[in-house]
Each structure stands twice: as C-alpha cells, then as structure tokens.
Design a protein around this ligand. Structure first.
Ligand code: DC
Length: 226
C-alpha cells in the first residue's frame, strides 16, 4: 500500500487550487506546497530592489542568490524570502501584476523547480501551481487540472480581496485574470498546460467540499490499489 503519494494540482488563476490543495492536504495529513507563493515572494524582492522587469540577466542573478522557503508555522504555511516572512505582502496588486513576467524567466524557474522537487521528493505532498504535473513532478501519482469559468473565478477573487479589505471592480478583476492566464499559458518555458494524464476538474458549479471530496477519494483509491 503506497501512502506517500505526490499529488499535483495545476490550473489557471483563481480556479480553486489553493483552497482545494490546502484541504486535501489537511484530510490526508499531507504537506501543502503553494508554488505560486514562491514565485510571488521572489517577485516581491525584484520589486523592492527596483530591478526593471525587462532586465532578465539581473533578475536571473538575483534568483540564484535568493533563498525562498516555505515553512509551516503553527499549522499555517508561510513563505519567506531571505529569512523574512512575506506571506501577506506577496498578495498585493503590485506583486500580482509583475509575477507572470518574473516567473517566465528560465533561471527563476530552474531555481524554484529545484526547491519544489526537494520539498516534494519523499511524497505525502499536495503541490499546486501551473507546471507541477508537466515539469516539477511529471511522475506524480495523481494529477488534477482545475478549471472554472471566468465569472466564477472573478467572483471568487473579488470575495478574497474584499476579505483582505480591498474593493476591486469585477471587470478589472476579469481583465487581470485573463491577462495573467494568457501570459502564463504563452510563455516559452513550462507554460500553464494540462498534463496528458491529468484529470480535469471543472469547479464552476462545485462546492469546495465536493472538489475536495473528489480529489481525496481518488487519492485514497490509489493508496488502496498500490
Ligand atoms: O497561484 P498564484 O496565482 O499565486 O501564482 C502566481 C503566479 O506565479 C502565476 O501567475 C504564475 C506563476 N506560477 C508559475 O509560473 N508556476 C507555478 N508552478 C506557480 C505559479
């Protein structure tokens, strides 16, 4: 019986990956790894250092000397850059606006992917991102590609932002999501793409409980089988 699965959850922005991955990990007693938070933390550093987003060689140099870490502190996943906890700071519109450009740089991806592979190699993990099933763990035991219509995704993001005290108009949120998905899907290195052996989960009309149940049931079936 194989208990230490690697579960890969990929999909576009606001498709429900984080909520699902977190709860699936909780129910299975697994570690949740939010790879988007890692790209965001490094993007925050690039912005703080004032490096122009088209200065690829300088951003690449910075990536090789930066330390991005995910740590579990009091049951909460926190993201750190060079030892500083930036979990809340990586959710600002400035970081969201710049992260697709920064994460399209091959050296940045190489550094992040190496760390993600180190964190996940022993299994008992749920990793979420854009390229987990295709690049980071192409041999993952279970691959899920989450989708949701633009209206459902924009509404979710608006509610999330409003919980953080920000009011953003729904049309603006839709534009931002579409712009980011477009950049993430069209980049040359490991674009957002469904792995051939991933199951598609359209969450437009699913409750969170149902989404989680579907993934947990599949994971448990795999554990019994092997
Ligand atoms: O999941 P998120 O919205 O927090 O991710 C932020 C950005 O990071 C996303 O727009 C693209 C990038 N990203 C990536 O390129 N590869 C991943 N595995 C995860 C995120």
């Amino acid at each position: 019986m194989k208990k230490n699965l690697i579960i890969a959850i990929d999909g576009p922005a606001a498709s429900g990956k984080t909520t699902t991955a977190k709860l699936v990990a909780q129910q299975l007693g697994y570690l949740h790894i939010d790879t988007g938070a890692m790209y965001r933390a490094f993007t925050l550093k690039v912005l703080r250092e004032g490096v122009p987003l088209d200065n690829i060689s300088e951003i690449a140099r910075l990536a090789s000397e930066s330390q991005v870490e995910l740590r579990n502190i009091e049951g909460m996943q926190r993201v750190l850059i060079d030892g500083e906890d930036v979990t809340e700071k990586v959710r600002t519109p400035e970081v969201t606006g710049a992260v697709s450009a920064v994460s399209s740089i091959p050296t940045v991806r190489a550094v992040m992917v190496r760390e993600q592979q180190r964190l996940g190699k022993d299994g008992c993990v749920v990793l979420e991102g854009r390229d987990i099933g295709t690049v980071v763990f192409p041999n993952a035991d279970l691959k899920v590609f989450m989708l949701a219509g633009i209206d459902a995704r924009a509404t979710r993001r608006r509610d999330e932002l409003s919980m953080m005290g920000a009011t953003v108009e729904i049309g603006q949120i839709k534009d931002d999501l579409q712009r980011r998905d477009d950049l993430d899907s069209r980049r040359e290195v490991s674009p957002l793409r469904k792995a051939e052996d991933a199951i598609t989960l359209d969450t437009s009309d699913l409750t969170v409980e149902k989404q989680v149940e579907i993934v947990v049931t599949k994971a448990k079936a795999l554990m019994e089988k092997s």
